[in-house]
Design a protein around this ligand. Structure first.
Ligand SMILES: [Zn+2]
Ligand SMILES: [Zn+2]
Length: 341
């Protein structure tokens, strides 16, 4: 079968189409014919050699949707022809994290594309419990984004942020793959969003994807404008998708608010005032991939039309280098998806 293999760390040209042995589903596994795979910034970091612990010589991709084409022995939960989105992590199902529904924290078995085979490929064999059902009414491209970035966004907003109807939510890096979906989720869940972007040209795009307010801040200084828009109250939740903007996001919080950190662009440490955290009873918490149940919720919201996956381009799997370039040059709003060879 064909696969896009990361032959060495470096530029997009290191992603090569290669012939590799097709997997056979073992006990408890399903064989999934990959129909669409999202291209994530995580993949770009991995390819460039900027992901600690990641290896070259692997198949990238953790945003994988496809069709079950074969069952391994003793699989009773799935049938041939089922549509699934593949969960982003191999999890054991029996450790303390798995047993309390936090499969995202299971350390047993690893992450597709990093520790195990990824989704830039024709077929993947995965444990059946990783195949989260998707209704046939959801198209493949949309299904590919159900786990990351949409469930990741839902996790940050509700699972970690504890969003309630009526909350005001700040979204930094709002035109990126996470941000554009967070804006829709805030609206769907009855909140008010304030989108932050560094690019004035993206304001209309953000409004059309659900932003109630847009703040253009080239220099990352958006706190004052957020203060004005909230009548000096601040926001209940700040979704910090960028990283370096965290101090400004924390300053924009209302008393009792929470900054949820999803981005770490640049990877540098940032200063935060302990006095401000104490005085205003603020919380800062990191967030990552969603547990299985929240991926199901994200699929349900997509199927109900409450969130529409924002896909700016779909290219063939063999054009993965071009997809990576588009992401790196920030030439895209929303996601790029690989589909067809
Ligand atoms: Zn991703
Ligand atoms: Zn586990």
């Amino acid at each position: 079968m064909k696969a896009v293999v990361l032959e060495a760390f470096g530029g997009p040209e290191n992603l090569k189409v290669r012939e590799v042995p097709a997997p056979e589903p073992r006990e408890g596994e399903i064989l999934v014919k990959v129909r669409a795979a999202g291209v994530c910034h995580h993949d770009v970091l991995h390819r460039a050699g900027k992901l600690p612990g990641a290896k070259a010589g692997v198949i990238l991709g953790h945003e994988t949707a496809g069709e079950v084409v074969k069952l391994g022995p003793n699989v009773s939960t799935h049938g041939v022809g089922d549509h699934v989105v593949v969960y982003q992590r191999r999890f054991c199902g029996v450790c303390r994290h798995c047993l309390r529904g936090r499969q995202d924290m299971c350390r047993a078995l690893g992450v597709p594309g990093v520790d195990t085979e990824g989704g830039y490929v024709e077929y993947v064999a995965v444990p059946a419990k990783m195949g989260i059902p998707v209704p046939a009414s959801v198209d493949w491209r949309a299904a590919a984004l159900a786990s990351c970035p949409i469930a990741t966004s839902l996790r940050a907003l509700r699972g970690v942020g504890g969003m309630n109807p009526g909350d005001t939510v700040l979204v930094t890096g709002a035109s990126g793959g996470l941000g554009v979906h967070q804006l829709q989720l805030v609206r769907a869940l009855g909140g008010r969003s304030i989108a932050v972007t560094s690019d004035a040209k993206k304001a209309d795009f953000l409004k059309s994807h659900g932003a109630h307010e847009v703040v253009v801040a080239k220099d990352g200084a958006f706190g004052k404008e957020v203060w004005r828009l909230t009548e000096k109250r601040g926001v209940d939740i700040a979704l910090e998708n960028v990283g370096p903007l965290l101090p400004e996001s924390v300053r924009a919080l209302a008393a009792g608010g929470i900054a949820v950190v999803l981005g770490n662009i640049g990877g540098d440490a940032v200063p935060i005032s302990p006095g401000m955290l104490i005085g205003r009873r603020l919380r800062v918490q990191g967030s990552g991939q969603a547990p299985v149940d929240e991926v199901r919720q994200a699929v349900a919201m997509i199927a109900a039309g409450l969130v529409k996956p924002v896909i700016s381009a779909a290219v063939g799997f063999a054009e993965a280098p071009r997809a990576h370039r588009m992401l790196e040059e920030r030439a895209v709003e929303g996601r790029v998806v690989l589909e067809g060879w």
